[in-house]
Design a binder for this molecule. Structure first.
Ligand code: GLA
Length: 389
């Protein structure tokens, strides 16, 4: 990872030293979701945590209306006028800061020009929210530079709108919220329907969270993701016969769902809905067992979450299943599951600190033997949400 000093040097190389404006430095993390998967767009609970690595942004005001966009991760850099920013495939990652600038302008913030240099430590396409991290750090930095008041919940919502409307990915609120609102050593219990949230201390004692990256590029995620969303909407329409007020699956308790499940005609839609309602219930059970300090019970809930994502929601796939099954076999592992949207990306496991080396060796080897792919592992700490450094 580049040091801040090296980033300042790169900034000067790219944008010159002849400005009296200060260069300010901001950071937003990536995130890992501990449990509560594919529940956010159903108005249910999620339980993510911010990572200690993410996206660093250096920014300096310009005297014109140009937006300078560059990254230490990619070659391409350019200047574009802040007026009339439009999505373009070839702009790749630059669409994220562009989308945020557009959303800020839509809500009445008049932006001057800025030069921006991003530096990302989150592997792309790994399901650790590198895009939410770019969006949130951009929104936070631009609002700070403009002297506007900062409300991180509003920043999360704005970043989600940029993703939904400018990028065209119909994600829920979890990623942007975790990145904006994370807190060191805490996970965030978020109710996605009302945005009520609570920082829950994550005391894992002798156990550590280990992220395993399948390094399987996630193809066709967006279409499969949108298909799951519409299957959930379909379930809501059918359940409305019994619950006329229902707008989101997350509004039903497991018992209420059980009473009405037979109204759903299609077997696949039924499986999707059952996953959502049971997964939300698992988040609530997790709160209880974590409060009692029962990490082993939390591990069991993580395992059950994975099985449900595999068999009912069908978003895991060979690589994630192989890695999680290998993790389950290692002594000292309390639980393991996929994290994020699925179809590739990462797993998260709760591993005893004395077993970490063995975990990486055994999971890495079994995963390589079965998939031909090389896994990478990150023993993670829980970090803070977006801030100025
Ligand atoms: C992706 C989306 C989130 C959420 C997860 C699945 O990360 O961006 O909004 O839906 O998938 O839980």
């Amino acid at each position: 990872m580049s040091t801040i000093q090296a980033l300042h040097e790169r900034f000067t190389q790219l944008y010159g030293a002849d400005s009296n404006e200060p260069v300010r430095v901001f950071h937003a993390p990536g995130r890992v979701n501990l449990i509560g998967e594919h529940t956010d767009y159903n108005g249910g609970y999620v339980f993510p945590a911010a990572l200690t690595f993410g996206t660093t942004l250096l920014i300096r005001r310009r005297s014109d209306d140009q937006l300078g966009l560059a990254s230490t991760n990619f070659e391409a850099h350019k200047h574009i006028s802040i007026q009339g920013l439009a999505y373009s495939d070839e702009d790749d990652w630059m669409n994220y800061p562009k989308g945020v600038a557009v959303e800020l302008q839509k809500q009445g913030v008049s932006l001057s020009g800025y030069d921006l240099l991003f530096s990302g430590a989150i592997p792309n396409g790994a399901g650790l929210s590198s895009s939410a991290s770019i969006e949130v750090v951009t929104a936070f930095a631009l609002l700070t530079m403009e002297g506007q008041s900062i409300d991180c919940v509003q920043i999360a919502l704005l970043a989600q709108r940029a993703e939904n409307e400018f990028i065209g990915v119909k994600c829920g609120i979890m990623d942007q919220f975790a990145v904006a609102m994370g807190k060191k050593d805490h996970a965030v219990l978020l109710m996605c329907d009302t945005l009520e949230y609570k920082h829950v201390p994550f005391n894992s004692g002798a156990y550590r969270l280990v992220i395993g990256n399948t390094n399987k590029k996630r193809g066709l995620v967006d279409s499969a993701y949108n298909e799951r969303r519409s299957q959930c909407e379909q379930a809501v329409r059918e359940l409305q016969v019994h619950y006329p007020e229902l707008t989101l699956l997350g509004q039903l308790s497991l018992a209420q769902y059980n009473d009405a499940e037979q109204l759903i005609a299609d077997e696949t839609v039924k499986k999707r809905a059952r996953h959502v309602v049971e997964e939300i219930d698992r988040v609530l059970q997790s709160m209880k067992v974590l409060e009692q300090g029962d990490l082993a019970a939390f591990g069991q809930l993580m395992n059950a979450s994975h099985v449900s994502l595999r068999d009912l929601y069908e978003v895991t796939g060979f690589e994630l299943d192989t890695m999680v099954e290998a993790a389950w076999e290692v002594p000292g592992v309390l639980g393991a599951r996929m994290t994020g949207a699925g179809f590739g990306g990462c797993t998260v496991s709760l591993v005893h600190e004395d077993s970490i080396e063995r975990f990486q060796e055994e999971v890495g080897r079994k995963y390589r033997e079965k998939t031909g792919l090389e896994a990478s592992f990150y023993v993670c700490e829980i970090g803070d949400g977006v801030k100025e450094l």
